[in-house]
Structures are given as structure tokens and as C-alpha cells.
Design a binder for this molecule. Sequence first.
Ligand code: NAD
Ligand code: UDP
Length: 331
Amino acid sequence: MYEMKKILITGAAGFLGSHLCDRFIKEGYYVIAMDNLITGDLRNIEHLFKLENFEFYHHDVTKFVNVPGKLDYILHFASPASPIDYLKIPIQTLKVGALGTHNLLGLAKVKNARILIASTSEIYGDPLVHPQTEEYYGNVNTIGPRGVYDEAKRFMESITMAYNRFHGLETRIVRIFNTYGPRMRLNDGRVIPAFIGQALRGEDLTVFGDGSQTRSFCYVDDEVEGIYRLLLSDYDMPVNIGNPHEITIKDFAEEIVKLTGTDQKVIYKPLPQDDPMQRQPDITKAKEILGWEPKVSRAEGMKKTYEYFKSLPEDELYKKEHKDFKDYNRI
Ligand code: NAD
Ligand code: UDP
């Protein structure tokens, strides 16, 4: 009898995790979604609750993780991802990257499942090599405020490779570059929700520093396609998945002003500590190994993203905080 492939997705109620749930459901998988909702939102996956091949576990992956029965794949995406979030919950960020990854590798080992972990361009820190290739070791300030995220992700890659080499576990590592799209949280502080939120509220757009720092933004559908291909490939070294189309933050703010038709100004605020000055993925490996490259232009992706934020209830626009993180920092 045909048996559905079973996949566990952690961080499933978040932005990327929820899109991955949709994709694997579409591909005919049985999806087990896991999340402690610290930065995620059940509304991102509520449309899946009625399906027979979908279940949700409300669970913190820094605690022992188990799921009954067989498991073919694990996607480990649980982690705060925006600088504002991980500065507010630094210990949880370190724990989910370190203890959470350890738990999921252990689960993958007992289930004989293949595991893909969500790493990040942030492991390159404030890069001195441009664009960033997978061979670059990075330039990270271990003790700076962003260190909690960067070092957790670097540890995550190391322990994953240790399980690969020592236990022969099937592992995949994706280094995700700035990805955007519907279901990002309006108040998570990342630049796209920040600028669009400001435009919709009629506030000035806040560029940090002089805006000469660069980023390269990838639309979520492209990112998900790259992750999907990497999981199913037989390549176990890290792969950059991102859109190489680079732009300065200042020019990007001007693009948002045009897109939203706001007549607000662009104003300048201090640059946060260790904010990377440049970021652009070298995607040669993804092209060669996965036959993947992004298809959605920034104009098209930003239009869809703007439509999404515009469609949210108006009170969402004025919510300052996602939730009180105090309780999470105690555990
Ligand atoms: P997100 O905050 O929307 O999603 C993260 C999810 O993980 C949330 O639903 C949160 O509640 C959950 N979570 C956090 N800690 C948990 C724990 N201990 N146990 C269970 N669930 C937990 O962020 P995102 O943008 O969707 O990022 C998802 C993953 O992709 C993260 O690992 C992030 O580091 C990585 N990533 C994202 C980007 C990007 O541009 N979006 C770039 C690089 C890497
Ligand atoms: N940024 C900005 N104004 C904002 C929010 C962010 O100018 O209101 C800048 C931020 O300093 C950084 C870039 O936009 O240089 C991308 O920030 P984000 O938090 O989205 O991601 P990351 O720094 O992790 O790439």
C-alpha cells in the first residue's frame, strides 16, 4: 500500500515554517507541525487544521522532542529570526539553536530520518568577502548583541556536521538570505514589515545609519522552492539560498515610498551595533547542484507582500508588541 511520506516541521507557525507546511501538504506529505508560538502565530497555519494529513504539536523544541511512529524528514526552522526578537529573547535564541538542534538531531537519528536545518547568511557576520560564497568562514562578533543568533546558528551547523560524520546521519544545511513575503509579522522589526507598516500608518520611514548598507531580498516562494530541492538532493554541505539582486537600504526605502504612494519622508536613525554593511549571496552552488535560481523580481514580490499587509485588520497596524516575552526568558 502507498504510504505517505511523513515530515516534521519545527517553527511551523512562523513565516517560513508556515509556507513550508503549505508546500509539503501540496506535495502530498503527512505534515507534523511543531511550534511553541514564541514569535509565530497559529493564524498562519489555521487553514491546514481541517486536513487529515496535518497535525500540530504545541511544543518547545529545547525540551525533549518525540513524535509517534515513523518519520522520513525533519525541517528544523524553529528560532526567533528578526534582530528585534532575538535581542529580546537572547537566551531562548541560543537554546533553540543549540539544545533544540541537538534534540532534533537525536530524533532524526532514532527515526532514521533526513534532517534539514535552517542556517542563515548571518553566520557570515559583517562579511569581508563579497558576494558571500559557502567557503567563506565569516566575520562574527561572538560577544556582540547579534552574537546570540549568529553563534547559535554556527553551533547548529557544527553539531549537524558532527552527526553527519560521526553517526552517518543524512543532513542538509540551508543558508537562508533575507527572505520576505506574506505572513511576516508586521511588528517583528525586520526592514520590510517595518517600512510597509510605517507607510500604512502614515509615519516617516526609518532608515538606520546612512542607508548605504546593502541587502538582497528573496521572495518566499523562491526560497521555499530552493529548500524543497535541497532537502531532496543528495548534497550534504551548506548551500546559500537567496536572491543576489542587491540594493542599499536607502534606495529600498525610496522604492517603498513609490510602491505605497505614501507622502512620508525617509528619516535617519542610528545604525544598530554590528549591523552587516553588505550582504549578497553567491548562488553558484544552488544553480549547479539544485538547478535553482530565484524567479520572482523584487517589484513583483513586494507588490504581493504589500497587498498582504494592506489586507490585515487595521488594529494589527498599531500593535506594538507581539507578546510579553518575560515568561519565556524565565524558562
Ligand atoms: P519566525 O519568527 O516567523 O518563525 C520562527 C518560528 O519558530 C516561530 O513560529 C516561533 O514561534 C518558533 N519557535 C521559536 N523558538 C521555538 C522553540 N524553542 N520551540 C518551538 N518553536 C519555536 O521566523 P522566520 O523568518 O520564519 O524564520 C524561520 C527560520 O528561518 C529560523 O530558523 C531563521 O533563523 C531562519 N532564517 C530566516 C530568514 C528570513 O529571512 N526569514 C533568514 C535566515 C534564516
Ligand atoms: N533597517 C532599517 N530600518 C528599519 C529596520 C531595519 O534601516 O526600520 C535596516 C537594518 O539596520 C539592516 C537592514 O535594514 O541594515 C535589514 O534589517 P533586517 O532587520 O530586516 O535584517 P538583517 O539585518 O538581519 O539583515
